[in-house]
Every structure is written in C-alpha cells, then in structure tokens.
Ligand binder design. Structure first.
Ligand code: ASP
Ligand code: MG
Length: 455
C-alpha cells in the first residue's frame, strides 16, 4: 500500500481537485490511503473568522464561498458541507458571545478545514466511479495529548491505525474496498476534544499512517518537481534532487526551504519507510525520494539554500583564552533572551554566531554580552547553506572558494554542521543571491562538481 498526501495548494479549487482525484483514481491498485489538508488558505481563513468573531461579527463567508463554489463546479451535493458550516457558525457565535478563544476552541475551529476537504474529495471520487470513504482523524485512530495547537500523538495511534486499515491494505484488487480519505492535521485527546498537530501537521498524519501500515512509500504531492537543487526564483534552471536522506532534508527545512516539517519525518525514520515528493502537474516524473541512507556514494552536493536578514555577532575576549565556562556564560545570555542561535564558529579567543533578525531585542542583548566580551554586530547578513556530503568537504570547499574568489566575494564566516551534511557560509544579504547562483553553477552546471564527467 501507499500513502498519498495532498496539501492545501493542490486542493485550492475545483480544477485542482479534479486533477488530484484523477491521480488517486490511477493508483487504486496500489491500495492508497489518502491524507488531505484543508483547501487552499482555509486554515488561515478560519483563524481570521475567529478574530472577527472576537470583535463580535460572525461570518463564515470565505470558507462557505470556496467550498460551495467548488462543490457546485464538481457537481457534488452540499449536504455534508452545510451540516459542518452550521456547526462552525454555532461555534463562532459562541466565540463572539464569550469574546474568548481558548487554544482548545481554536483547534476545534480550524479542524473544519480538513473535515470539509475530505468530505468534498470522497464525494467527488465516488461520483467519478472511484469508491471512497472519508474519515475524520479520530475515526482513523488518531489520539493525542491535550497540548492544544501543537499536540503530540499518543503511541496507541499506531495500533489503532493498524486495526482499522489492515484489512483494506491486504485486500485483493477484485474486492474494491473504498479508498480511505483521511483528514490530516487533527486528532482528539482522551477526553474527546479535538486537537491539532501544529501548522503543516498533515505531513505528520501521513507519515504516521505510512509507518504504522508499513507503506511501500509515503507520497507527498506538491506543485513542483520534488526537492529542488535551489530556489528556482534565484536560479531558474534549478533541478530535481533524485535522492536525499532525512538528515539532508531536515537541514533544508532549518535553513529556509521546507519540504517536510522536520517533526513529520520521525515516524518514517523510525521504520525506514521511504517518502517521495511528487508533482501533481507532472505525474510521471519520479520526484525526489527521501531515504534513511544513501545506497551508493552520492554526488558531493545535494542542494543550496539561503536565508537573508540574519544578524552576525562577533564576540572577542582575551579572557576566553584557556578559560573554561566562557561559552556556557555566553550561551546562557542568549537563552535568557530566548534567542535561538543558527550557526556558530569559534576560535580560542572569539566566537561568531548568527541569530534571526526578527526575534531579537538587540540593545538589551548587546549590553549583557558586553560584560564578557567586545561585541561587534553586523546586520543584513545572509546564511548560504550547502547541503552536501561533508566527507567530500575539501573538494566542495575548494571548488566553492575558487569561484567566489574569482568573483571578489568574501565569505565572513563558515561553519560545518555536526550532522555531517551541511556547510554554512555567511555573506552580506545583498550578495547572497549571487553566491547561490555562482555555487549552483559550479556544482550543478556543465562540467560542475556533480556532473557525471567530473566524477
Ligand atoms: N491545514 C493545516 C495548515 O495549513 C495543516 C496542513 O496543511 O498541513 O497548517
Ligand atoms: Mg494548509
């Protein structure tokens, strides 16, 4: 069996839903279990409706319009949709009267997005002659703790899923059991209250199902050809990465380009279930496969990402020389300011580190740091991260610095991640697109480090 997960943008309108239904219809032989997000921006629209309700106005217009228009175009009945919209209106009326939205009510509220989309899809599939059955996650076995808005699944979820779906997975093709279409992102706690697994949580729903049912693969369908070698807005000729490891994909996520939510990879890492990122606009393309370990020696470089608007902080102190506990004190200051550090490099008397621009009260941080060291702060910096096989780092670094030097670009700091899959370089924000283009050409261009000829 396989798991097929479709995100909001793949379900944004009737035309896309038709496309997705055709893809599912073509896979029935593989015993697909389908996981869906809410249509388009429905989750955000629901949160906006909550804000509006807090101001005393109850409106489900945006959500109603999208779902009814789509149902109309697909020719499926409104019954299920109307039923849920009534419940949603009642809930929003409650919010508007109480002028209060607890995390528990918020989860209840956003759950309507996924509950609507699975009903619409199952009904449309049926109308197309593909038997389907919708499931709210709790009917598919999903039980979580009560940490509303970012709940963790309880371990019994795995056994529940197996109990509910094993006969479907093992059925013979002539049995034609209905294809399960399950809400991503939501669950219920042991008191029966609806919870959510955090934004982007549908990926986790899909990977847990895949791991529990020992799926041949978990497919997450997007509208690009899998994982790309870099952001195509910077390098239009970016190409698909055929195979990457979970570690490599996690680094991609931390440095800006999210393929799968890092947390959602854990179930499949545990069981070694492969995940494939596929393009719904290019069904026959193989997409990108995410595996635990590369089978053969991989190309030296997998992908390049960049993140702008970071702050580089240089700390220099001769007091650090031969001292112990100095770094602990410095990191403690960041912890007290609740600032997370991205990249670090250190020498005997200095530490350089980067932090995210958005979350920092710089003057206060600087004042505290100055008790221990001379502090120099550089705004407007960028991190360019090369996801690569660090065992081949000498040749990667040689090739990188050769091309950067030839173009008069100076890198201000460099760090090689402990995960053995990333090298990060810090440069000015204004230079970062150029750095990405130059490196991409050097690695993936003709005669580049990753081209067959050079290996
Ligand atoms: N609909 C939810 C969100 O927008 C969950 C998901 O799409 O994975 O975050
Ligand atoms: Mg979404």
């Amino acid at each position: 069996m396989i798991v097929m997960k479709f995100g909001g943008s793949s379900l944004a309108n009737a035309e896309r839903i038709r496309r997705v239904a055709a893809i599912i219809g073509g896979m029935v032989e593989k015993r697909p279990v389908v996981v869906l997000s809410a249509m388009g921006d429905t989750t955000d629209d629901l949160l906006t409706a909550a804000d509006t309700a807090l101001k005393g106005i109850v409106s489900v217009d945006a959500v109603e319009k999208l779902h009814k228009e789509t149902a109309g175009l697909l020719g499926v009945p409104f019954t299920e949709i109307d039923f849920l919209l009534d419940e949603l209106r009642t809930l929003l009326t409650g919010v508007s009267m109480l002028k209060e939205l607890t995390p528990r009510s918020r989860d209840y509220l956003v759950s309507f997005g996924e509950r609507l989309s699975v009903r619409l899809m199952a009904s449309y599939l049926d109308s197309q002659g593909v038997r389907a059955k919708f499931y709210d996650a709790w009917d598919a076995g999903f039980v979580s703790d009560s940490n509303y808005t970012s709940a963790d699944l309880l371990p019994e979820t795995w056994a529940n899923i197996r109990r509910i779906f094993t006969s479907y997975c093992q059925s013979r093709s002539e049995d034609v059991l209905p294809v399960p279409v399950i809400t991503g992102f939501i669950a219920k706690d042991s008191n029966g209250f609806i919870t959510t697994l955090g934004r982007g949580g549908s990926d986790l729903t899909a990977t847990v199902i895949g791991a529990a049912l020992d799926a041949g693969e978990v497919q997450t369908w997007k509208d690009v050809d899998g994982i790309l070698t870099t952001d195509p807005r910077i390098v239009p000729s970016a190409r698909t990465v055929p195979v990457a490891t979970y570690d490599e994909v996690a680094e991609l996520a931390y440095f800006g380009s999210q393929v799968l939510h890092p947390r959602s990879m854990l179930p499949c890492i545990q069981t070694g279930t492969p995940v494939r990122v596929k393009n719904s606009y290019n069904v026959d393309a193989p997409g990108s496969l995410i595996v635990t370990k590369h089978e053969k020696t991989p190309d030296p470089v997998r992908a390049i990402t960049s993140k702008k608007n970071v702050i580089l902080i240089d700390l220099v102190s001769t007091r650090m020389l031969g001292q112990y506990g100095f770094l602990a004190k410095v990191f403690d200051i960041f912890a007290r300011h609740c600032i997370s550090i991205d990249v670090v490099a250190t020498s005997e008397v200095s530490v350089s580190l980067t932090v995210d621009f958005k979350r920092v009260n710089l003057p206060a941080l600087q004042k505290d740091l100055e008790e221990y060291a001379d502090v120099e702060i550089k705004n407007d910096m960028a991190i360019v991260t090369v996801i690569c096989d660090v065992r081949q780092s000498s040749s990667i670094l040689a090739a990188s610095f050769e091309v950067l030097a030839a173009n008069n670009i100076n890198i201000q700091m460099i760090s090689q991640g402990a995960s053995k899959v990333n090298i990060s370089m810090i440069c000015g924000s204004s230079e970062s697109d150029t750095v990405v283009r130059l490196l991409h050409e050097r690695y993936f261009g003709e005669g580049g480090l990753c081209s067959p000829k050079s290996r």
